[in-house]
Every structure is written in C-alpha cells, then in structure tokens.
Design a binder for this molecule. Structure first.
Ligand code: UD1
Ligand code: UDP
Length: 360
C-alpha cells in the first residue's frame, strides 16, 4: 500500500492544526495516511477531536503512550520507521514541537525518497530548557520543506542558515481551523450554560511542564490568576489538562475557590470559551494564537514566548507566574481596545502547503 503523503501526529494541538491540511488533501484527492503515535490517548485529548473535526480514523495508531522523553521518542521512531517502510510516501508532514514531531522527523529524514515538511517552522522561545524548543529546532534543521507561519519565523530560519528555497510562509493553519469552526461553534455549543458562565468570565489553561511540574510555580500561577481575576469580579474556568490534574493531586494543591476546574473541552466548546471570555490566562502555544485571532486579550503565564507576533500586535502580555506581574498584565490588557491585526495569515495555510508541495 502506498500513499502520497503521510501525516505523523500524536497530540491534541497537532490534530487540530493539521486538520485544515487533511481537509485540503481530501478536497484535492491527494492520497494520504495518518500515523498517530498515541502520545495523547485519553479520549478528551484525542478521539473527540477526530470526531468533531470529522477527520478519518488514523490508518496506524502506534499506541506509544506516556513516558520519559527518551523512551517515548525512541519507541515512536522505531514504529514510525516500520510504517514508512510499508507506506513509502513522497512526503511526511509533521506540525509543531512535540516529541511526536521529533520522532516523525528523525524517522523520515533518513529514509531514501521521503521528504519531510515541517508545518509551523521557525518558532523560537530561545529557552533551551523547554523540550519543545529542542524538538522544533531539530525538526527545522532536518526537514526539506519549511512552512513558517509568519515573516518573523521565516527570518529566524534564514538567520540559522536554512536555504531560502526550502522555505514558504503560509500563515498558521490554526487560522484556517478557527475560521472553519468558530461560527459552527457558536451555533452548536451550550458550553456556557453547561459550565454556569453566562456572565463575564476568565478562561485559564496551564499544562506546560515548567509550570505544572514545579509546585512553587504552579501554586503561584493559580493564586496569581485568582487574585488578578477577582479584581475584575471574574470567575475563572480552567479546563484542566491531565498532566496538570495529576500534579495538583500529587502536590496536594488547594486550588483557589474562584477557579472552577472542568474537564478538557471539545474544540468547538473551547473556541466559544476563548471567543467569549473577558480575558484568557494561558501557558499554551495554540491558545496564545487563538485568543489573538479571536480578539480576546491574553496574559501568558510564562517567562518567554515563541509567538512574539501576538505581543507585537498588542494581543498578549508575557508576565511569568508571580502575582504582581499577573495583576499588572491583566490591568494593562483590560485597559486596551481589542482591535489588533491578526498576524497569522488569512486562513489558507492548508491550501498553500499543498500548493508548495506541488499537489494541485
Ligand atoms: C505534550 C507536548 C506539549 C504540548 C502538549 C499538548 C512534548 C514534549 N510535550 O505535553 O508540547 O503542549 O502535549 O497538550 O511533546 N496524559 C494523559 N492522557 C493523555 C496524554 C497524557 O493522562 O492522553 C498525562 C500522563 O500523565 C502523561 C502526562 O499527561 O504522563 C504528560 O503527557 P506528555 O504527552 O508527556 O506531555 P504533555 O504534557 O501532554
Ligand atoms: N483546546 C481544546 N480544549 C481544551 C484546551 C485546549 O480544544 O480544553 C485546544 C485549543 O483550542 C488549541 C489547542 O487545544 O487549539 C492547544 O493545545 P495545548 O494547549 O494542549 O497545546 P499547545 O498549543 O500548548 O502545544
């Protein structure tokens, strides 16, 4: 069996951000197969997105699951290589900066006749302690096609010596995904009444290893968000990633009362929450982009970002996890008009990627 393209994906954001490329393949009759590493496997991080985005069930699910970086990535490389031997695609597409991206890239790049395309190339936090920073750098330097979302990320690739002819600025596929789904989301979702947030509210997501695996940082983040939101009488809704949930239990953290912990939300419900929130607090990459696209002010609970475009247009403030910084950032973001430009493109990234690969 052979398909033209193989998508290697494994986590919630990769499923969402590759969905526009997969749809574009379907529209153009480009044959493809999906290799799911199984890095995310809980229904609420995985199968709900295939259902809701009406994506085909992956031909291959490697069921690698959770584990230390070496074990997880190593198992993925072995399994992906064996599937690629069978499928022999022309191109393998990976998206973003997870361990699944690194594994897909390493497996494919050493195989004769298979090119690698990296979607969302050129992002840099310049923080090498983040596993994601290592993954995205290595993927960029092993790939044959680089699809940076913006001129800023393109410039970074050029500065690192990558050849101009390998690079195409496409916009970010998350714009495609938001544009394809936000109206439907508002029509169909009852999330606000279900969660009891029919008035003004703040939305929180936090799952990044450097925040939730460190008790002191995690407590400071939660207390800081609760205090900043209380100043504006905002209840906080926190759809909690399983990693963060596990850490709250393990560290026996008392979550402030104004923060309502809820299950991870399906994409359409989450889009409604992001669109309707008075303010978003997050350490997620994708959520910084989506709140920028949806004109909702964002306060980022990190010391850096690989999405500087959101800050430059005035949509996002990077504040760390200390209470004073979170409160100042919240005041600043809520004192401004939400009328910035979307820096991430016009929602045709999926089509542009296929154009560049020559699949008309
Ligand atoms: C991974 C990515 C991160 C991305 C995030 C998206 C890496 C290094 N990290 O982080 O960049 O932002 O996905 O959400 O690739 N777990 C479950 N169910 C699951 C998956 C995980 O309960 O389906 C729990 C397990 O306890 C696991 C922990 O979450 O040990 C961490 O999972 P892992 O895949 O290692 O990283 P994420 O934190 O999800
Ligand atoms: N998301 C979702 N439900 C949630 C939280 C997030 O559908 O409860 C979506 C969100 O819309 C975005 C993506 O998940 O598209 C972001 O994933 P995550 O924050 O896990 O990873 P990151 O972007 O930081 O890698």
């Amino acid at each position: 069996m052979s398909s033209t393209l193989c998508f290697v994906l494994g986590t919630r954001p990769e499923i969402i951000k590759l969905s526009p490329v997969i749809r574009a393949c379907q529209r153009r009759n480009v044959s493809f197969s999906i290799i799911h590493t199984g890095q995310h496997y809980s229904d609420e991080l995985d199968s709900v997105f295939f259902d809701q985005l009406e994506l085909p069930i992956p031909e291959y699910n490697l069921a690698v699951g959770s584990g230390d970086h070496g074990e997880q990535t190593g198992k993925m490389i072995v399994e992906i290589e064996s599937v690629l031997e069978e499928e022999r695609p022309e191109v393998v597409l990976v998206q973003g900066d997870t361990n699944s991206v690194l594994a897909g890239t390493i497996a494919a790049t050493k195989m004769d006749g298979i090119d690698v395309g990296h979607v969302e190339a050129g992002l840099r936090s310049f923080d090498r302690d983040m596993p994601e920073e290592v993954n995205r750098r290595l993927a960029d330097h092993a790939a044959d096609y680089l699809f940076p979302p913006t001129e800023t990320s393109q410039d970074q690739l050029l500065e690192e010596g990558l050849p101009e002819e390998w690079i195409t600025v496409t916009g970010n596929t998350i714009v495609d995904a938001v544009m394809q789904n936000v109206e439907i989301a508002h029509e169909r979702s009852d999330v606000r009444s279900r969660l009891g947030v029919e008035d003004r509210f703040a939305l929180l997501t936090a799952h990044r290893a450097e925040n939730v695996d460190d008790r002191e940082r995690f407590v400071s983040l939660l207390d800081g968000v609760a205090t900043a939101a209380e100043e504006y009488d905002l209840p906080v809704v926190y759809p909690i990633h399983p990693r963060a949930k596990k850490q709250i239990e393990e560290f026996e953290i008392d979550v402030p009362e104004s923060i309502q912990l809820v299950e991870p939300q399906e994409f359409l419900d989450f889009l409604v929450l992001e669109d309707d929130a008075t303010i978003v607090f997050t350490d997620s990459g994708g959520v910084q982009e989506e709140s920028c696209i949806l004109q909702t002010p964002c306060v980022t609970l990190r010391d850096n970002t690989e999405r500087p475009e959101t800050v430059e247009v005035g949509a996002n403030k990077i504040v760390g996890v200390e209470a004073a910084g979170i409160a100042d950032g919240t005041r600043e973001m809520l004192s401004m008009e939400s009328d910035w430009e979307n820096p991430f493109g016009d929602g045709t990234a999926g089509e542009r990627i296929l154009d560049t690969l020559g699949y008309e």
